[in-house]
Design a protein around this ligand. Sequence first.
Ligand SMILES: C[S@@+](CC[C@H](N)C(=O)[O-])C[C@H]1O[C@@H](n2cnc3c(N)ncnc32)[C@H](O)[C@@H]1O
Length: 274
Amino acid sequence: MQDRSVSEYLSFDRVAADYDATRFLPEPVRDAVVEQLLSAAALSPGQWLLDAGTGTGRFALPLARRDVRVLAVDVSVKMMRQLLRKHPPASLCLAQADLRRLPVRTQSVGAVLMAHVLHLIADWRAVLHECRRVLRGGGGLFLLYESGKRFPAREHYLQLAGERGLLRPTIGAPSAEVVLGYVRELGATVELIEHPSLQWRASRSHREVLQEMDKRTYSQMWELPDEAHRELMTQTRRWVREQFGSEDAVISAEAVVKLYAVRFPDPSSHPHES
Ligand SMILES: C[S@@+](CC[C@H](N)C(=O)[O-])C[C@H]1O[C@@H](n2cnc3c(N)ncnc32)[C@H](O)[C@@H]1O
């Protein structure tokens, strides 16, 4: 019998309506991601880019609007409905599927993008093997991570919740480093794509940050009992007022997109996964 832990993943159905409002990325940074990605992917005309775990299409949409043929895959229909409400162009195709078994032919796509997905899937290694299977020779797997935005109200809430053991442990890949270590074990090369346009300063009032926290769109907060969450919000609000005088004070925090280009050895020298 299959171990239950390796059949688990977290669909974002339950937070689809609030997802975009809590994952703000300035348009110039989003455009810069697209620019850097396309430049490194060097897709030939007509080649497909697979956005694995597309969610609401934060990246699939601007890519498709650049006339790239994008196959956007997610397990959550509700997330993809949000994407459809943004009127995607005809160059974007959507498929509901589990990334551990992609409905995609072997060696058929020119590039794969995966942004904030592998920490949600217990068997994340199987997803990486699927990405490797569907990539054409020389095609890149692009792993995107946003970090920073260490707003005090958010940090304080998470610290309190963590101290009380209320946060859900990560079910999937524990960190980018572990993922990169694994692909290197598979023989891949890894390049961090660095560019000043991938860094910015995010500004938010404490009130805005608290409102985002209250929506609980971060998966580590999903299992928090309502009462415990309300208590944490009350304590965090009180702490903000004590420390900063008002919830309206605006905080500016560094933020960065880390984009890694992973290239597996030529598939012709590796037998396919069955
Ligand atoms: C944090 S969201 C990231 C969405 C998008 N890539 C972005 O950066 O905005 C993670 C997405 O992965 C999807 N997901 C989780 N497990 C999955 C699986 N096994 N197969 C397909 N999609 C999955 C979730 O439903 C969710 O939409």
